[in-house]
Structures are given as structure tokens and as C-alpha cells.
Design a protein around this ligand. Structure first.
Ligand code: G1P
Length: 293
């Protein structure tokens, strides 16, 4: 019997330098897409996938993330007193999403190291990993799609999407043999390969469901690209020792770690909000017209 995936690990220790100056005093994870912080979108995906607790791997100056998933009693009581019950409940609902446990990555030693920091909390159980710079919009949460395959096959699963050859350098890339049009048995993984060295154009955009054996692989992984302990390198070890699958999930992925990707996500999410849609369309038309003059 496969164990239930009840924990999600969300690395959130990065300095967010790609978003300076916004990230000088606030964590990148708290920057909103419309009015919802990026990290809340990620935690909500995990919760919709059936996860009961989230392990945030954080660093100094990231306390506001923990506060966001707690109650804000002064705010909520004051909203209640003013008769703004709906807003008070909206604020409380974030505190009730799931159990949030936070743990510090004391040194920035890479994504693999960040995931390893969560080992004492995760224990001997399968878990999901969701990276905060990748927002995936889908009917069935991307993490749920991976959990379903994990439960069917009792094997670790990475989510993949096809990228242009020129972009393989931005991702962990898999190679292996195709089991069906959506599923691969992974034999090889390379972190950010040069286009001519990539085993395929199937990239991992930050969604994983992993067996606890990955922790042992991470402990044996030497620093790789950029002198950091890479999750992709540990997955290569895992793939040699156990079955590792890749699944081409159904959904639209936004790279919110990139300025244009962030604007893309903001527009997409704003346009689907009924109370904002026509206003956003009007604004876009206005700006396009002014731009042409
Ligand atoms: C990380 C991972 C990489 C993955 C990517 C997805 O890289 O190391 O394997 O494909 O996230 O966004 P980063 O973008 O943090 O450099």
C-alpha cells in the first residue's frame, strides 16, 4: 500500500534578487498576483491536492510569510466590529488553510539542500515539492495529477512540460523512455543543460512528488551547478536506484519569477475575475491606444 501524500515542502528561502527593488524589504513570495500573494496560490494548490500540512523552508526576514498563514486577530476583530464580516472571514480562511510548519535554511546552499532541511519534519513519508516561482493553472491541481500517478505506480513523479530548445538552459531536463504520450520512465536528468547537451526538451517546472528515499540521495549529492546542492542531481541518483516517472501535466504554467511571466499571470488572473474583467479590458485598450499615439 502506498502511503498518503499529506505533506508539501515549499522552499521559500531565496533572496528574490530578480525582483529587486520590490524584494529589498519584503519576501518575493509575498508579492501578489492581483491581490493574492504568490505563496498563497502555491499553498492553495497543495491543499486542493489533498495535502494536510505545508513545510515552508524559509530564511531570515521571511516572517511575514508565516504571519500570512496565521490569524490576524486585531484585524479580524476590527473588521467584524465595522460590519465587514466577509473580509474578516476572508482573512481567517487563510489561517485555516492547513497546518504550516516553518523551518530555516540557515545557509543558501541550493534547492536540494532546502528540501533536505525539511527531512526532520517530513519523516518517512512521500511528500510533494512545489516551487514558488511556478504558478500552474489547471482544473485538477498539477500536484494532484502527480499524486494520482504516484498512488497508481508507487513511484516518485516529476511534472514536466515541453519547452523550446533555447530554453532548456533554464530548467532541470529529463531523458528516458516514453510509456504513454504523457508518461516517461526517467533515466537521466540534467540541471540547466546547454541546448546541445539536453537529453530532451521536457522540463521540470517546479512540481514533484517524492518518496522519502530522496533524502538519502540528497545527502549523497555533491554540490553541482553554481556550487549548489541541486535537487535535479539527487533525482538522477534516485532514478538509478528506483523507478522515477515524469508526467506531462495538464495546465498552463506561468513563470512568476520572471517579470514578463509575472505580468502574464497578473493579466490572466485579473481577466478571469468577474468584478475586474471589463475594467482590465478597458485599461488595456486605453494603454494600447496611448502607446500608438
Ligand atoms: C529550479 C530547479 C530546476 C527547475 C526550476 C523550475 O531552478 O533547479 O531544476 O526546472 O527551478 O522553475 P531555478 O529556477 O530556481 O534556478
Amino acid at each position: 500500500m502506498t502511503k498518503k501524500v499529506r505533506t508539501a515542502v515549499i522552499p521559500a528561502a531565496g533572496m528574490g534578487t530578480r525582483f529587486l527593488p520590490a524584494t529589498k524589504a519584503i519576501p518575493k513570495e509575498m508579492i501578489p498576483i492581483v491581490d493574492v500573494p504568490m505563496i498563497q496560490h502555491i499553498v492553495e494548490e497543495a491543499v486542493r491536492a489533498g495535502v494536510e500540512r505545508v513545510v515552508l523552508v524559509t530564511a531570515r526576514h521571511k516572517e511575514s510569510i508565516e504571519n500570512h498563514f496565521d490569524f490576524n486577530i486585531e484585524l479580524e476583530d476590527s473588521l467584524d466590529r465595522k460590519g465587514s464580516r466577509e473580509l474578516a472571514e476572508l482573512s481567517r480562511s487563510i489561517g485555516k488553510l492547513c497546518q504550516v510548519i516553518s523551518i530555516r535554511q540557515k545557509n543558501p546552499m541550493g534547492l536540494g539542500h532546502a528540501v533536505l532541511c525539511a527531512a526532520p519534519v517530513v519523516g518517512d513519508e512521500p511528500f510533494a515539492v512545489l516551487l514558488g516561482d511556478d504558478l500552474i493553472d489547471s482544473k485538477i491541481p498539477c500536484t494532484r495529477q502527480l499524486v494520482d500517478l504516484y498512488e497508481r505506480e508507487s513511484a516518485s513523479v516529476v511534472g514536466v512540460m515541453q519547452v523550446p530548445k533555447t530554453e532548456v538552459i533554464k530548467y532541470g531536463i529529463i531523458g528516458g523512455h516514453e510509456l504513454d504520450p504523457r508518461t516517461w520512465h526517467v533515466q537521466e536528468l540534467v540541471e540547466k543543460p546547454a541546448p546541445d547537451k539536453a537529453p530532451s526538451q521536457w522540463a521540470i517546472p517546479g512540481r514533484y512528488v517524492l518518496e522519502p528515499a530522496i533524502f538519502d540521495c540528497l545527502r549523497r549529492t555533491p554540490p553541482g551547478r553554481g556550487g549548489e546542492i541541486q535537487l535535479t542531481d539527487a533525482l538522477q541518483l534516485l532514478a538509478r536506484e528506483r523507478k522515477l516517472l515524469a508526467y506531462a501535466f495538464d495546465g498552463v504554467r506561468y513563470d512568476t519569477g520572471d517579470r514578463l511571466g509575472f505580468i502574464d499571470a497578473t493579466l490572466a488572473f485579473a481577466l478571469r475575475r468577474p468584478e475586474l474583467r471589463s475594467g482590465v479590458v478597458e485599461l488595456l485598450q486605453k494603454h494600447l491606444k496611448t502607446d500608438q499615439n
